[in-house]
Ligand binder design. Structure first.
Ligand code: ADP
Length: 401
């Protein structure tokens, strides 16, 4: 069975075509600059490529081009789209409506679009892509929606409610939703599999650290709390996002700087985080390099992230009444040896002992980095959200037969 996985944004459409017989990637790429001009970059498993400009006024033209490169020309991988059994879409916000992977219908597309108010950057483009996909790819091919928020729908109210008037929740749907759920679900299950343990018996803190970062307490395979909140702005300091700040600081800064709500949101989402604190870059590699050359603000930004991760691990161990494993994933989590070392050192009280001799050069590898006598296992687990979306899509379409 071949499954096409789509991750659509407002101006891009990233895709992977997977062969579920061995879960290998047959082709992948990105239709970029939608609504601006248009460019496609496509690579097949055996190294054939398409890299060309082409007009993409809307997502529809991007899907048309995608069908063309998949089925025709030097880098084609299928004879016709009929060979593709289903399309799985990554959807950021499913709110309380979607607590699991869902078959896409016109009603579901409308519900995803209606949730745009809660995720303005993501959900409307997702809805555009779902409609375009339905139009371009054979209408009989099932489409499936996999939600970033669904994994966190198991959080109890005491974890997801804010201490604001109840009407904010009842009327405005303001609560913690959590994000990166597909990644947290994938990596925690991959870790349980690697340890040959039943995830139902495990207490795991999952640290997904990239441009956007979130940390989740996974107890018995269920998310019981997570660092991102109403939006992906909450939690630890990120590339350009502030993470948690005192809400009074937000109203104070808005007043002093003369920002309206949209400007303030932009300030916190795009000009804060590593970029805002360091004044240098949002990228962890640049921050690390600048810190090693003595830049004190870059050093501070890195220290803030490490400190906040430590606090989340400690607090999540407390709410789970114990800890079996901590795992690191995402661009920073998988690649930054020094961050993992800094976070895990001086955590012996919690039962965490890192083995520095194995904590290096692990890019893309599933590996234990704790000592054999560490009570808590510490692991690097490469994430693969596309694979989980493809697996969910396959399972759902098979259940329809
Ligand atoms: P996104 O959240 O956009 O998916 P990624 O998971 O790709 O982001 O993570 C991007 C982050 O990973 C960047 O801050 C980047 O600097 C960091 N990163 C990537 N490779 C390395 C590396 N070798 N060492 C340290 N940090 C890295």
């Amino acid at each position: 069975m071949k499954i096409l996985v789509i991750n659509a944004g407002s101006s891009s459409l990233k895709y992977q075509l997977l062969d579920m017989a061995d879960e290998s990637v047959i082709a992948k790429g990105n239709c970029d600059r939608i609504g601006i001009d248009g460019h496609i970059k496509h690579t097949t498993f055996d190294g054939r490529t398409v890299d060309t400009d082409c007009p993409f006024p809307t997502h529809t033209e991007a899907f048309e081009k995608l069908v063309e490169v998949l089925t025709m020309g030097d880098a084609s991988v299928v004879k016709s789209m009929e060979e593709i059994s289903a399309v799985g879409h990554r959807i950021v916000q499913g709110a309380e409506i979607f607590d699991k992977t869902t078959l896409v219908t016109d009603e579901v597309i409308q519900q995803i679009d209606d949730l745009s108010e809660l995720a303005p950057v993501h959900n409307h483009p997702h809805a555009l892509a779902l409609r375009a996909c339905k139009k371009v790819i054979t209408p009989t091919t099932p489409q499936v929606a996999v939600f970033d928020t669904a994994f966190h729908q198991t959080m109890p109210p005491k974890a997801y409610m804010f201490g604001m008037p109840f009407e904010c929740y009842e009327k405005l749907h303001v609560r913690k939703y959590g994000f990166h759920g597909t990644s947290h679900r994938f990596v925690t299950q991959a870790l349980a599999d690697a340890l040959h343990r039943d995830i139902k018996d495990m207490k795991i803190v999952s640290c997904h650290l990239g441009n956007g970062s979130s940390i989740t307490a996974v107890d018995g395979g269920k998310s019981i709390d997570t660092s991102m909140g109403f939006t992906p702005l909450d939690g630890v300091i990120m590339g350009t996002r502030s993470g948690s700040v005192d809400p009074s600081a937000v109203t104070f800064v808005a007043k002093k700087m003369g920002f309206n709500a949209a400007q303030m949101s932009d300030y916190l989402n795009k000009q804060s985080g590593f970029l805002g604190v360091s004044g240098i870059s949002s990228d962890n590699r640049d921050i690390t390099a600048a810190a090693s050359h003595g830049d004190s603000r870059a050093k501070l930004a890195g220290e803030m992230l490490r400190y906040e991760i430590k606090k989340f691990i400690g607090s999540y161990a407390a709410i789970m009444n114990g800890l079996d494993a901590v795992l690191f994933t995402g661009g920073i989590g998988e690649n930054s040896d020094d961050l993992r070392a800094d976070v895990c050192h001086n955590m012996e009280y919690l039962g965490i002992k890192l083995d520095d001799s194995v904590n290096e050069g692990l890019r893309g590898k599933l590996a234990r980095i704790s000592t054999l006598d560490s009570k808590v296992e510490v692991w690097v687990v490469p994430t693969n959200e596309e694979l989980l979306i493809a697996r969910d899509t396959k399972a759902l379409v098979e259940s329809l037969k």
